[in-house]
Design a protein around this ligand. Structure first.
Ligand code: GLY
Length: 333
């Protein structure tokens, strides 16, 4: 697959792990996390910067530490960063690549399902603030994405399911047939490729998320990001938070009469069958949740923004949702 963007294009290729060393430039530094470094033989003899595994590493301190490490390693502008890992490594590594010496090369090697089907494609790179997720970042497309499916075998069941939530999301927002394929079982190259193709369709139509098209990838994320933040990015995996968010946003969409009745039941059933969570005690804290959701990047002014399903297979951004209606829904839930 070739993904086109404003300044060019980049390939997303399926490769074998053993092929990576030959494919990668020699003058790049590898950025990875401690778990990946322990599990996989990193390609070649390139210098390695290792960060602790987990969302907590997507913070300002780790970001600056990576810059210092690269400076100490003597990385030059002609070089670049190879981010090998899940969404945290890709998002952080991409933002470091976008800013180190005002921008160096960047290659993504996603090792989780979530990173393969979502975060490694589309050029969004970011770190979190205590005030919210992904609040500091850039659009910085990689030069290439290499997907080695073998890495999926080392994922914990929980990590795998977390990625499945984002894969199922493509089914809910635009490719309902994918739901049947995913329900049937194990992920193949063609299923992962189908998710990537869906992501490609959306990001090529609206690279900078200004037209409301790319925002549909954020279905489940207004609530999901708020839950992640309120739980300190610790209790919930990203896909778990998004799973809960997709159910709640389908219910809210029905409450506001924009989502076809019955949709939330379908979403809930598919996600619970996939072993994903569909509820959370914090959903009772309406005011706290609304306060955090107000900072969502999709919003305008003080109102709330959600990408609601119109029905299974169709999604649309609503960026002026009255917070008092959302409060009414959450309290009555
Ligand atoms: N992960 C959402 C996006 O790339 O727009």
């Amino acid at each position: 697959v070739i993904i086109r963007h404003q300044n060019g294009s980049y390939p997303v290729s399926f490769v074998r792990w053993s092929e990576l060393d030959e494919l990668l430039p020699d003058n790049y530094v590898v950025l990875t996390d401690a778990e990946v470094a322990a599990l996989w033989k990193l390609p070649g003899k390139r210098p390695v910067v290792t960060i602790p595994a987990g969302e907590a590493s997507k913070d300002g301190a780790t970001f600056l530490q990576c810059h210092s490490d690269l400076a100490k390693l003597g990385l030059r502008r002609q070089g670049g960063i190879i981010a090998i890992g899940g969404g945290v490594v890709g998002d952080l590594g991409g933002f470091v690549a976008a800013t180190y010496q005002r921008g160096v090369g960047f290659i993504q090697i996603p090792t989780t399902l979530l990173a393969m089907v979502d975060s490694s494609v589309g050029g969004k790179v970011a770190i979190d603030l205590p005030e919210g997720k992904n609040l500091v970042g850039a659009f910085y497309p990689p030069q290439a994405v290499y997907v080695a499916l073998e890495t999926l075998a080392s994922l914990s069941e929980r990590e795998y399911r977390s990625g499945l939530a984002e894969a199922l999301k493509y089914g809910f927002i635009g490719d309902p047939d994918l739901l049947d394929i995913l329900k049937k079982g194990h992920l193949t190259e063609s299923t992962v490729a189908r998710c990537i193709a869906e992501k490609q369709r959306v990001v090529e139509a609206d690279e900078f998320e200004t037209l409301g098209v790319r925002a549909t990838l954020n279905y489940g994320h207004t609530v999901g990001h708020a839950l992640e933040q309120l739980t300190g990015y610790a209790d919930l995996k990203h896909g778990e938070a998004i799973s809960i968010g997709m159910v709640v946003e389908a219910e809210l969409g029905e409450f506001l009469a924009v989502t076809e009745p019955g949709t939330a039941d379908v979403v809930r059933e598919i996600l619970s069958e996939a072993g994903l969570p569909v509820d959370h005690p914090l959903l009772k804290s309406a005011d706290e949740l609304i306060e955090v959701m107000r900072r969502d990047k999709k919003g305008r002014g003080t109102e709330l923004a959600f990408s609601f399903l119109l029905r299974i297979g169709e999604c649309k951004l609503f960026n002026k949702v009255d917070h008092s209606r959302v409060r009414e829904f959450l309290i009555g839930r």
